[in-house]
Write a protein that binds this ligand. Structure first.
Ligand SMILES: Nc1nc2c(ncn2[C@@H]2O[C@H](COP(=O)(O)OP(=O)(O)OP(=O)(O)O)[C@@H](O)[C@H]2O)c(=O)[nH]1
Length: 506
């Protein structure tokens, strides 16, 4: 059973409870039994399931509930909170400090995904403007040096290692010293693994730890580990000062529950999950967002973060929205920004109602956007700025110039009309204006916003999903300010009409 199945099972158990006429002890027992079975099938440790069940029962005392209280809502909330607790030790995750060297040491068993994840993490920080460096202190596995060197070169990250030096402590120490002197802010040390936990491995880890004095030790765990996760995590935690966890291969067919509940063993937060073999395939982990996504309720904070991370402030684009102006040039920028968010399917899976769909369109959406951008590269400035209409003969020339089919040029212009319509709606301008003054969207804005969400998406989101979308708007008050709301609207504009290119209902 993969995690989306776990999510679907829990969601349907909650839906059954929601549809029963009477909520009594029996209904709750049945619900908890089904949730417990689903968690157990996903490899979550039995003692944790029993504890969770006890916590839920303690929070829902039916006989003490005030009359008129929405019991179903309360039960759902309690289940949701307890699921979050399962993957959240309640300890804030360590954060690096800008402007100083932060040494991070990776530990884990062989094949867990350490070498892949060190590069992913360095790349994650590099994209955010940190100066990063990688050190290969895995002198045990032949090939580890070359693997990390190649990954580092691919990601354009400075690397240190030695094919001749057999002492991991010496390599780690020398590498850290070099990069500290060079002023690197994130220095990541990859250590060797073993097929199984053994004394030699732990002794080596301890020596490296003492030599480089890491600011954080990250324990990397393969999500397919199953029930053995608890013991493995405990062993690593008691040996070195593990501070955070990364769970890899969450994209595969593993059950994942065992590794996820390893936080209970380490009392350390999961900070990232690996979602593929490529360098950008590393997702920030947020317990609430993760459970919300698991249950098909979307992960709006993750979506907002993705947008915030990569979209630069563009006052002109904001002005254009406020003034109801939308040109092909705006659309081109909009598509370029969406592409920076990574694969579109990942972005969309953070949306309520779409989050537990198995796979939307893979890379198709991105390829389509790239094709559209190619076409727009062939437009003149006047055409991009809406100062000159694009005639049919001109469409053929543009198709030829961009090496695309004329049908795609027509498709792009149709897409543009839909975007233009969305962005010219008064509602968007009102909200933008309101947010520009630092205010939260009011009830009328919300209604207008609701009217702008295409019926197809609305149906998929359900009212609960829509509420969380609205609250994400409300929560933005004061936080990200005007920049955020404009970006959010851009993303919503992208969902307008037929949805993202290549992902529409037809
Ligand atoms: N699908 C998928 N594969 C991953 C992920 N992370 C790592 N891998 C793959 O897992 C395999 C092992 O990864 P490594 O990074 O070499 O493992 P390691 O922990 O460094 O192993 P040692 O250096 O031997 O200790 C490689 O084939 C990786 O491509 C992930 O998140 N998803």
């Amino acid at each position: 059973m993969v995690l989306s199945e776990l999510g679907n099972k829990i969601s349907s158990a909650l839906a059954v409870m929601n549809n029963t006429t009477i909520v009594n002890e029996e209904t709750i027992n049945q619900l908890l039994k089904e949730i417990g079975n689903a968690l157990s099938l996903a490899d979550v440790q039995m003692s944790l399931i029993i504890q969770m069940r006890k916590n839920i029962m303690a929070k829902i005392k039916l006989d003490q509930l005030a009359a008129g209280l929405n019991k179903r809502k309360l039960i759902k909330r309690v289940v949701y909170e307890e699921l979050i607790k399962l993957v959240d030790p309640g300890v804030p995750a360590w954060k690096p400090t800008k402007g100083k060297p932060n040494v991070i040491m990776f530990v884990g068993l062989q094949g867990a995904g350490k070498t892949t994840s060190v590069t992913k993490l360095a790349y994650f920080y590099k994209r955010k403007g940190w100066s990063t460096a990688l050190i290969c202190a895995d002198t045990f596995r032949a090939g580890a040096f070359i693997q990390l060197q190649q990954n580092a070169t691919k990601a354009k990250i400075p690397f240190y290692g030695s094919e001749d030096e057999k002492d991991p402590v010496a390599v780690a120490k020398k590498g850290v010293d070099i990069f500290k002197k060079e002023g690197a802010e994130i220095i990541i040390v990859d250590t060797s693994g073993r097929h199984k936990q053994d004394a030699e491995l732990f002794a080596e880890m301890k020596q490296v730890e003492q030599a480089v004095k890491p600011d954080n030790v990250i324990f990397v765990m393969d999500s397919s580990i199953g029930q053995a996760a608890y013991d493995q995590a405990t062993a690593f935690k008691s040996s070195v000062g593990v501070g955070s966890v990364i769970i890899t291969k969450m994209d595969g067919h593993s059950k994942g529950g065992g590794a996820l509940s390893a936080v209970a063993a380490t009392k350390c937060p999961i900070i990232f999950i690996g979602t593929g073999e490529h360098i950008p395939d590393l997702d920030l982990f947020n317990a609430e967002g993760f459970i919300s996504k698991l249950l098909g309720m979307g992960d709006m904070p993750a979506m907002m973060q993705m947008i915030k991370d990569v979209v630069p402030e563009d006052p002109k684009a904001i002005d254009d929205i406020v003034n109801g102006k939308f040109t092909l040039r705006n659309m081109k920028q909009h598509f370029q920004q969406i592409l920076k968010l990574g694969p579109i399917d990942k972005f969309v899976q953070n949306l309520p109602g779409l989050s537990n769909l198995p796979q939307l369109s893979g890379n198709e959406g991105n390829l389509k956007l790239k094709a559209y951008i190619n076409i727009m590269d062939s437009l003149s400035d006047k055409e991009l700025d809406g100062k000159k209409p694009i005639t049919r003969p001109r469409m053929l020339v543009i198709a030829q110039g961009s090496g695309r089919h004329p049908r795609e040029v027509i498709e792009l212009l149709e897409q543009f009309k839909m975007f233009e319509k969305t962005f010219k709606q008064k509602g968007i301008q009102n909200i933008a204006n309101n947010m520009a003054k630092g205010g939260a969207p009011n009830a009328r804005n919300m209604q207008q916003l609701q009217n702008m969400v295409p019926p197809q998406l609305m149906k998929q989101m359900g009212s609960g999903g829509f509420q969380s979308l609205l609250s994400s708007f409300k929560n933005m008050k004061g936080g990200g300010g005007m920049g955020d709301i404009s970006k959010m609207m851009e993303s919503m504009g992208g969902l307008g009409g037929k949805g993202f290119p290549g992902m529409g209902p037809d």
